[in-house]
Design a protein around this ligand. Structure first.
Ligand code: SF4
Ligand code: SF4
Length: 254
């Protein structure tokens, strides 16, 4: 009862903040220990560092709140559009980049506010800079929000390695807040991708991820040469939203 009451209060605050900013989103809770156990070893060390002296008690009784904000539809439809001459419309693609920044900033703001009100620890939406030498540089400086979202039951792990939510597809960005407060936690959802391969068809690196040494490194190099206003791509997100077996069910606003 107390757990649910705590959660409803946090959810109410989050929904109010989203409404003020004009965005849709989702919120859930994962057990701290479940997240820790699923992280790659280098990210476990990062999580231990973030938590400092509180780490032991968080392993016993802690939770991680996951907040997600969905992209507006127009931003997803701005990804990888061709001009009449066949070249890519990068100005349009940069509308997606603009929303990416806006959503990250909003996530950072809200996660800080929630953390402050609960005496928790916020984990920022993302490190917006792309590693300069190798994608592996990135692993140790952050904690995977995807692992948190997955353990909070906010979606299943798609073939594109993103979290696929039943309403917003994988067109969501996440931030997390570590708390030592009784909360009701979610459960992992089994993948519903089935025979769908829309994201794999949209990206040769995803399609060949089992053959490549580390497809994320191919992704990093592709994104850098793409040369948008930030190191992002999003083709695998658009493919899931527009071309997957669930495209009739997913719905973003605007
Ligand atoms: S972001 Fe782009 S390059 Fe990276 S996996 Fe997705 S579609 Fe492929
Ligand atoms: S495009 Fe299809 S296979 Fe890929 S993540 Fe979405 S539902 Fe799963």
């Amino acid at each position: 009862m107390k757990r649910m009451k705590n959660f409803q209060k946090i959810k109410g605050f989050f929904i109010q903040k989203l409404a003020e900013a004009g965005y849709d989103g989702i919120i859930g809770v994962a057990r701290f220990k479940s997240v820790y156990d699923d992280l790659m070893p280098i990210q476990r060390v990062r999580l231990e560092d973030i938590c400092g002296g509180e780490f032991r008690s968080l392993m016993e009784s802690g939770f991680i709140i996951c907040i997600g904000i969905a992209f507006p539809e127009y931003a997803i439809d701005s990804i990888n559009v061709r001009l009449a001459d066949g070249t890519i419309d990068k100005n349009k693609w940069n509308l997606y980049v603009k929303e990416y920044h806006k959503i990250n900033n909003l996530l950072n703001l809200i996660s800080r506010e929630i953390a402050d009100s609960l005496g928790g620890i916020p984990i920022q939406a993302t490190i917006e800079e792309m590693p300069t030498k190798n994608v592996e540089e990135y692993y140790g400086i952050t904690v995977s929000h995807r692992v948190v979202a997955e353990n909070a039951g906010l979606g299943w792990r798609g073939k594109n390695e993103l979290i696929v939510n039943e309403k917003f597809s994988c067109a969501i960005r996440f931030a997390s807040i570590i708390v030592d407060l009784p909360l009701p936690s979610g459960r992992k959802i089994e993948s519903l991708c089935g025979e769908c391969e829309a994201c794999l068809e949209a990206c040769p690196f995803l399609k060949n991820k089992d053959k490549l040494e580390n497809y994320r490194e191919n992704c990093r190099r592709y994104i850098i040469q793409l040369g948008l206003d930030a190191p992002v791509c999003g083709k695998c997100i658009k493919a899931c939203y527009r071309n997957s077996i669930f495209s009739n069910r997913f719905k973003l606003s605007r």
